[in-house]
Write a protein that binds this ligand. Structure first.
Ligand code: SF4
Length: 402
């Protein structure tokens, strides 16, 4: 009985008119910044509100052409390159659609739900990322209100994904005027659906990362860990450097999607836990006491993992702009990785110009170093581990007959 009463109250049934209006509603979402790791939340959320998946439109990857065609002359004051690019995404959603969108939904993500929650001080977003929607919007209001002209509602709620209980009210207040018949109860259920969709997607990617690691352990092959922010997955911002490296035969892992299975983490951090250096595998207090930024925390944690896992013989650090968030992390990340003997390469100040020639030369150099050094790096790191781990156990069972 107590469990039954704990359920959120059912949403009132939707009228036929509201249902029909929602079926036609088109929502454009700029595929930028932290949307790269939260897009599944938004898909799950809007579909639970009975919007058609066909009417949920993400902008394309960042590109020069996108900025030239749709964002030119809309720049505002921000000097951070990943934030500046958002103008092109807004313009594409407003001017570049065959069928007009009704809502440009651009969440001001204040905090992120991170696997490290509970072991770090906070999981906040970069303040520039959080403020980007209001900042970029200004470029479309300068001479005249482009949103009103195109009959598009700009909806930019502040969202605290690290505090799920607050999210229904935040999204309900922002959407009640534009989603017909919306109630707070329905919004709460849709938020639950959003978190469930995001969790399922993330779990799937973590499982695929584990498959890669088990393959590396089985075959004695090296792989590469990418230490970067979510927007570096955008081909126009990260310039697909990791894809070029993968084409050289080295599987890629992103720290955001590293497997978090307890058996694996206990093995990776067993010595640190035994020595009392950390209280939990997600504890980064030993290397980064001011752990308030979600993406920074995950990069520092990824560096610790890369330093310990034998088959990760190289870590690649990507950075777009030497901002106050990134700058203090460069040296600690490099030192954590290099002190373990793991190879470390950094691409900093990536901007709009893909320096194709120099990236190609650097990728070839990295591949050469990996080829020459990976066997020694793997052997040395394996010697440091406390007994065979679950990846090697998986290797043994795969090899044993029957
Ligand atoms: S972390 Fe730095 S480079 Fe990235 S969005 Fe924030 S201010 Fe820009």
């Amino acid at each position: 009985m107590a469990k039954w009463f704990a359920k959120p109250p059912s949403a009132a049934p939707l009228s036929e008119a509201d249902r029909a209006a929602r079926a036609k509603l088109r929502v454009g979402i700029p595929k930028v910044l932290n949307v790269w790791t939260t897009h599944q939340f938004w898909l799950g959320f809007f579909q639970a509100l009975r919007l058609s998946p066909r009417n949920l439109v993400f902008s394309s990857d960042t590109s020069d052409a996108q900025m030239r065609e749709y964002g030119s002359g809309r720049g505002t004051v921000d000097c951070c390159y990943p934030v500046k690019c958002v103008s092109g995404h807004y313009g594409e959603l407003i001017f570049g659609q065959k069928r007009r969108i009704d809502i440009l939904f651009s969440p001001m993500i204040h905090s992120l739900s991170s696997f490290m929650d509970g072991h770090v001080m906070e999981s906040l977003a970069c303040p520039r990322v959080m403020a980007a929607p209001e900042n970029i919007k200004a470029g479309f209001l300068r001479e005249r209100d482009v949103f009103a002209e195109n009959r598009i509602a700009h909806v930019a709620p502040l969202v605290t994904l690290a505090e799920p209980k607050l999210v229904p009210r935040q999204l309900f207040d922002a959407l009640k005027a534009v989603v017909p018949g919306l109630s707070i109860e329905e919004t709460a259920r849709a938020v639950e659906a959003g978190f469930a969709t995001l969790a399922a997607f993330t779990d799937d990617l973590r499982a695929r990362s584990r498959d890669i690691l088990e393959w590396c352990a089985r075959e004695g092959r090296p792989c590469i860990m990418v230490l970067a922010r979510p927007y570096h997955m955008d081909s126009g911002i990260g310039h697909e450097i990791e894809a070029d490296l993968q084409a050289c035969g080295y599987p890629i892992l992103w720290s955001q999607y590293f497997p978090t299975d307890p058996d694996l983490l206990d093995w990776i951090f067993r010595a640190d836990l035994a020595e009392g250096l950390i209280r939990h595998p997600f504890d980064i207090d030993d290397v980064w006491p001011s752990s308030y930024s979600a993406n920074t925390n995950e990069i520092l944690w990824g560096a610790k993992v890369a330093a310990r896992v034998p088959w990760i013989t190289c870590a690649i650090r990507l950075g777009s702009y030497e901002c106050g968030m990134d700058q203090p992390t460069f040296t600690p990340v490099q030192q954590i990785v290099e002190r373990s003997g793991t190879l470390f390469f950094s691409f900093q100040e990536l901007d709009s110009t893909k320096p194709a020639g120099s990236v190609k030369i650097r990728v070839e150099t990295i591949a050469y170093y990996l080829e020459c050094n990976s066997p020694g790096v793997m052997e040395a790191k394996l010697r440091h581990m406390d007994g065979p781990g679950p990846l090697q156990t998986a290797r043994a069972s795969a090899e044993s007959p029957g």
